[in-house]
Ligand binder design. Structure first.
Ligand SMILES: [Zn+2]
Length: 231
């Protein structure tokens, strides 16, 4: 099955929340599942000439994860948009490393795009756990590490945990998923209610209280719950 975060990204484009999306899918059944979803939704897509390297068993690019070279797998990169020309434009921004234009094409808030450019690179998931949490808690609307549970509400790394543009994007995605796709919504809310911790190798994990190994000291908990009504 196509990773849920890729489905969430494609749905953003289908409902007009973002102009285009960049998704990762494993060559074979996942790419075929992506192609069929894109067709059903009346969207178009093009494929990157190269493949992305991601840690085995994960569905997001965490290229700075320690030790990933030992356990990396290759995934296809698809650019999805309402029209083929828009998908090709997003791909061309990516190919020429024009990150500001790419961020705009993907509908990321400009404040966040510029913050990542100033930082020089996107954070690793382990860095993100510290960056977007405060006093051991996280806001489930602005929590990129939910990617490790395949249920993030944001497609990008926000400029800060308090970024209002990112909160609005996450809220719009949550409302749409919650009203139309109960199975996806249940998974997203489970990811938003999980604990997150970093192990001694710098790998981020998520789960319930019973799944935390004893040697982990720092655990981040949900500081809030996802809104249940429309706001
Ligand atoms: Zn921002």
């Amino acid at each position: 099955m196509l990773p849920r975060q890729a489905r969430l990204d494609v749905l953003d484009v289908a409902i007009g929340l973002r102009p285009s999306a960049r998704i990762l899918a494993r060559p074979g059944p996942e790419v075929r599942a992506a192609a069929s979803l894109i067709e059903v939704l009346g969207l178009d897509a093009c494929v990157a000439r190269g493949l992305a390297k991601v840690p085995v068993g994960r569905s997001f690019a965490d290229s700075f994860a320690p030790g990933d070279s030992a356990g990396a797998e290759r995934m296809a990169i698809l650019y999805v948009a309402g029209r083929r020309e828009s998908a090709e434009w997003t791909r061309s921004c990516d190919e020429r490393c024009d990150d500001e234009a790419l961020g705009e094409a993907l509908g990321y808030p400009l404040c966040c795009v510029r913050a990542m450019l100033a930082r020089g690179r996107v954070p690793s998931m382990a860095d993100a756990v510290g960056m977007y949490s405060a006093r051991g808690g996280y806001d489930p609307l602005v929590w990129p590490p939910a990617a490790v549970a395949d249920g993030p509400l944001l497609p990008h790394f926000p400029c800060s945990a308090g970024c209002e543009a990112s909160r609005m994007l996450a809220l719009a995605r949550w409302h749409s998923v919650r009203s139309d796709l109960p199975e996806l919504a249940m998974h997203v809310s489970r990811a938003a209610e999980s604990l997150y911790w970093v192990d001694g190798d710098g790998i981020v994990h998520s789960g319930g209280p019973g799944s935390i190994p004893v040697d982990v000291i720092s655990v981040v908990r949900p500081g809030d719950v996802l809104p249940r009504g429309r706001s």
